[in-house]
Design a protein around this ligand. Structure first.
Ligand code: PMP
Length: 360
């Protein structure tokens, strides 16, 4: 068996030891005689799996006791509706920082629920940076300020935490959660689809300060009402049980590697290998402002885009897959999440150099 070097933006590569363990436990989890997929979510086996996954996530992110951890469904985009439904709390509107494709979707969805104030936008620069905080026109009466901590398509990441004072900060961390330590207490709510650094798609994690919930707007679907889910340990309805189990294995794996500080070190090394090369060549380029470059998603273009297809074909021949950029921006994108190895990124750069030498 040969595993591909998978640079997909998500669903994405997962740690091989996690996949091996899941394979070994597929038919019989822990002597239960059942696959985790076959278990009742209300049985003692799955309740133990769920509780352990939550405990390990709390430990990894040092989540304060006054935050609820919810294991939901509906993906990152589902949260674009759930957040206003749950967090408006009588306010007329909320603030949004437009950093690219994912925030554009967030803004569009929020317009169904409230007054949208785009407090800052990086559109003029082609979404290649995070707007400087002193340019943000925040509304002191906003229900919350919504940001995307890592724009997966544009490869733009916040390397700082905005101070929004008394107004809760909401962050879409779908593509950089668990890639480095963050201070959860600086946020009112964090959400992430699981399919990058956490596990399979189908699981959406919400971490929310408990004083912010319990005031959902009328007609909020019960399964998307944070308070109802919190009061039922995320089991108001059947949770995505198998995805939670895999996420739990990933959390244990990250803990064994040294937690989020170790992840950050590993991710900084990988990103430097790629960005250092991109900065040293004119054959490829990355448009993002240096201080806002993503550690997880590295978009790049070939100087001559007529070579794109040959580049991708050569990569495929070397077992490197999913390097094609998002259809909205073209070019290439290497997603280098936690589970991508330093050697994997080195192999990519070696191939890029080789391609440059033969086509430059
Ligand atoms: N936000 C970000 C930052 C993402 O990268 C993605 C998916 N790539 C989404 C939201 C949408 O997530 P989903 O497909 O799980 O709804």
């Amino acid at each position: 068996m040969t595993r591909a070097l998978n640079f997909s933006a998500g669903p994405a590569t997962l740690p091989e030891p996690v996949l091996r363990r899941a394979a070994a436990e597929m038919l019989d989890w822990n002597g239960s005689g059942m696959s985790v997929m076959e278990m009742s979510h209300r049985g003692k086996e799955f309740i133990a799996i769920h509780a352990q996954a939550e405990a390990d996530l709390r430990e990894l992110l040092t989540i304060p006791a006054n935050y609820k951890v919810l294991f939901l469904q509906g993906g990152g985009l589902g949260q674009n509706a759930c957040v206003p439904m749950n967090l408006l709390r009588g306010h007329a509107g909320a603030d949004f920082i437009n950093t690219g494709e994912w925030m554009k979707k967030t803004i569009k969805e929020a317009k169904n629920y409230c007054k949208v104030n785009v407090a800052a936008t990086a559109e003029a620069g082609g979404f290649t940076s995070v707007p400087k905080f002193d340019s943000w026109k925040l509304d002191p009466n906003a229900a919350y300020v919504h940001i995307c901590l890592n724009e997966t398509i544009g490869g733009v990441e916040y390397h700082w935490t905005p101070d929004t004072g008394a107004v809760p900060l909401v962050a879409d961390m779908s593509s950089n959660i668990l890639s480095r330590p963050i201070d959860v207490s600086r946020y009112g709510l964090i959400y992430a689809g699981a399919q990058k650094n956490i596990g399979p798609s189908g699981l959406t994690i919400v971490i929310v300060r408990e004083d912010l919930i319990g005031q959902a707007i009328p007609h909020t679907p019960s399964v998307f009402d944070y308070k109802q889910q919190a009061d039922n340990d995320s089991m108001y309805n059947t949770p995505p049980t198998y995805a939670i189990y895999i996420a739990g294995l990933v959390f244990k794996h990250i803990k064994a590697l040294g937690g989020l500080k170790a992840m950050e070190e590993h991710n900084r090394i990988k990103a430097a290998v790629l960005y250092d090369y991109l900065d040293a060549t004119s054959f490829y380029s990355n448009p993002v402002a240096r201080e806002d470059r993503s550690l997880m998603n590295v978009p790049f273009k070939l100087r001559d885009e007529s070579l794109d297809e040959a580049f991708l074909k050569g990569a495929q021949g070397r077992g490197m897959v999913q390097l094609k950029g998002h259809r909205s921006v073209g070019g290439m994108r290497a997603s280098i999440y936690n589970a991508m190895s330093v050697e994997g990124v080195q192999a990519l750069v070696a191939y890029m150099k080789e391609f440059e030498a033969s086509h430059g």
